[in-house]
Write a protein that binds this ligand. Structure first.
Ligand code: ATP
Length: 239
């Protein structure tokens, strides 16, 4: 069986700027894979390309064996993928419940959406307590949880999460990872997560890719990279 995500030698540019050069990566069903790298390394571009938001000018991307090249983001979403973008993009003036309903609406089946929402709220007690709050009044960590919960309401088999830790306190980051890993079990999710730092991710991910300057500098099982030395070399480019 092939991988759920196969990125095969993609090149992406924005005008004259080449953001990704010959990037290949794969994610097997049920895996937690993390892309780490400094600011501007191309991490967001990689997730956006997989989700159909930006087209590579060379290479191929397959999700569940289907090439996403030429598909619009909503067509790629129908292959079972949901993206939690950096900065969360929740609807601040809508309530928490309304934000979640939007995820369920995309899914289409009302009864199933209601059951999903009940199950999710059991996982996110902070959101359950704040269902009628405008989402814009939630804390940063709660907004990140809402963005994840809303993405899961579309019943993806693959969740792409762009920098879930950004701007959050360490305790909240741990909570978000606990929830993501719990979802992986309960909702049979496959996870591809971008992070700037490897500190936490090494204990949660199965495999790591280090991206710098638009290229994959290092890849391997997280368990083999725990001492951090190889990652530091790949990340900073010395040695
Ligand atoms: P960050 O942690 O800052 O999000 P990143 O690793 O996700 O970094 P990208 O956002 O993918 O990196 O950016 C890769 C390069 O492409 C950067 O040089 C960035 O300035 C550039 N870039 C990203 N998006 C665009 C765009 N829409 N138009 C032009 N250039 C872009």
């Amino acid at each position: 069986m092939g991988a759920l995500v196969e990125v095969d030698g993609i090149h992406v540019r924005y005008g004259d700027l080449v953001a990704l050069r010959d990037v290949s990566l794969s994610v097997a069903e049920g895996e937690v894979v993390c892309i780490i790298g400094p600011n501007g390394a191309g991490k967001s571009t990689a997730l956006t390309a997989i989700a159909g938001g930006v087209a590579p000018y060379a290479g191929d991307i397959r999700v569940g064996g289907v090439s996403v090249l030429g598909l619009r983001p909503e067509q790629v979403a129908r292959l079972g993928l949901s993206l939690v973008p950096e900065g969360r993009h929740i609807f601040g003036t809508l309530t928490v419940e309304e934000n979640l309903r939007i995820g369920g609406y995309i899914q289409g089946d009302r009864a199933a959406a209601k059951a999903d929402m009940e199950r999710l709220l059991a996982l996110f007690p902070r959101l359950a307590e704040r269902l009628r709050y405008p989402a814009g009044r939630l804390s940063g960590g709660e907004q990140q949880m809402l963005a994840v919960a809303r993405a899961v309401m579309t019943r993806p088999r693959l969740l792409l999460v762009d920098e879930p830790s950004l701007g959050l306190a360490p305790r909240i980051i741990d909570q978000i990872y606990e929830i993501l890993l719990d979802l992986r079990q309960r909702a049979a999710l496959t996870l591809l997560i971008n992070e700037q730092s490897s500190n936490r991710i090494l204990k949660h991910a199965d495999r790591i890719y280090v991206l710098r300057g638009g290229r994959v500098q290092l890849e391997g099982p997280a368990a083999d990279l725990r001492d951090g030395e190889a990652i530091r070399h790949a990340y900073f480019g010395f040695g």
